[in-house]
Design a protein around this ligand. Structure first.
Ligand SMILES: [Zn+2]
Length: 330
């Protein structure tokens, strides 16, 4: 029996025996998970995310019978509230939702009556623009060229690809290079990248419209701020960072008529926020902020640096195992 086969069998057995559920129950008390989802398509899409709407439906069904699903705002409460609480609690969040969220994920959330929070960069609402990282996904999928170089002044950076795997690797590489740049320079170089990729087709994707946001907010979906322009807050001047945070919160509140308690740092890695940015979010009146740092939260967690769990795992037993492992802290 191969090691891989054995692992598969054991995970399957653990899943059917409810071991993962037991693991979550035995974890130190007061812990909670915040799941992070992005786009969900009808089939696995390597340029977006492999998790499909069908996988999501199965995951929701599993989650609602094995965890208590709550809004992030309720979980990110005080140390006192979380101490001693059951560790089978979790929240579901989505970043940068497109119009298809409304037709695909929203009906499932309604059907199962599951609370979810969506983080939106308000500057893209009702426009034909999308955050540059999503635009780059589209351009790299569509381009007919097999390599580019850009940023000529300092000798430039060069990427080449032959197949889909190479394309995906180049996509991640280009993102890494651009994310390190100050926002203004990043925007300039992105234009250069766009020209080099020479895609004439227009990106058909659109961020959620204001009508969709209003409808879903009225139906109980929570919306959280995610800046206006999806800028990395440590790559802009502090004054701009503050405006991006405050304006996105205000614009969402105007749109939904509901107080916006949540914030999510664009890109959300350790370098993408700092104590100054964190303080701005708190001063803007948000009650918590999400990162993309992997892990579980507990009574000791700073509510302005919530860890989240993202998994591309499509098979339910492995998805269940990943959650249980994270709750226990493995
Ligand atoms: Zn985002």
């Amino acid at each position: 029996m191969s090691g891989r086969y054995l692992k598969k069998r054991l995970v399957g057995a653990g899943y059917s025996a409810g071991i993962f559920n037991l693991a979550a129950r035995l974890a130190p008390s007061g812990r909670y998970l915040v799941l992070m989802y992005h786009r969900l398509g009808d089939f696995p899409e390597p340029f977006q995310t492999p998790v499909t709407i069908g996988d999501f439906e199965k995951q929701l069904d599993y989650l609602r019978s094995n965890y208590r699903i709550m809004p992030v705002a309720e979980l990110a409460g005080s140390r006192r509230e979380n101490a001693g609480a059951d560790s089978r609690r979790l929240a579901i969040t989505f970043d940068d939702c497109f119009t298809d969220f409304h037709s695909r994920a929203f009906p499932l959330l309604k059907k199962f009556d599951i609370p979810a929070t969506v983080f939106i960069s308000t500057g893209f609402v009702d426009s034909d623009r999308v955050p540059w990282t999503d635009e780059l996904n589209f351009l790299m999928k569509e381009t007919a060229v097999s390599g580019i170089s850009f940023g000529g002044k300092e000798g430039g950076v060069k990427f080449q690809w032959r197949d889909t795997a190479g394309r995906l690797e180049a996509l991640e590489g280009i993102k890494r290079v651009l994310k390190r740049l100050p926002e203004e320079e990043r925007a300039e170089i992105f234009q250069e990248v766009r020209e080099r990729l020479a895609v004439s087709k227009k990106n058909p994707s659109r961020i959620l419209t204001s009508d969709q946001i209003k409808e879903m907010s009225a139906a109980g979906v929570s919306f959280g701020a995610h800046t206006v322009n999806h800028v990395i807050l440590t790559r802009v001047e502090p004054e701009r960072a503050r405006r991006e945070i405050e304006d996105s919160k205000k614009q969402l509140e105007e749109l939904t008529g509901v107080e916006c308690a949540g914030f999510c740092y664009p890109n959300g890695e350790a370098d993408d926020f700092n104590p100054e940015v964190r303080r701005m979010v708190e001063e803007a009146g948000c009650a918590y902020a999400c990162t993309v740092l992997d892990g579980v939260n507990g009574p000791e967690t700073d509510p302005y640096a919530l860890r989240r769990l993202w998994t591309s795992e499509r098979r339910l037993p492995f998805f269940a195992a990943r959650l249980a492992r994270t709750v226990v802290g493995l």
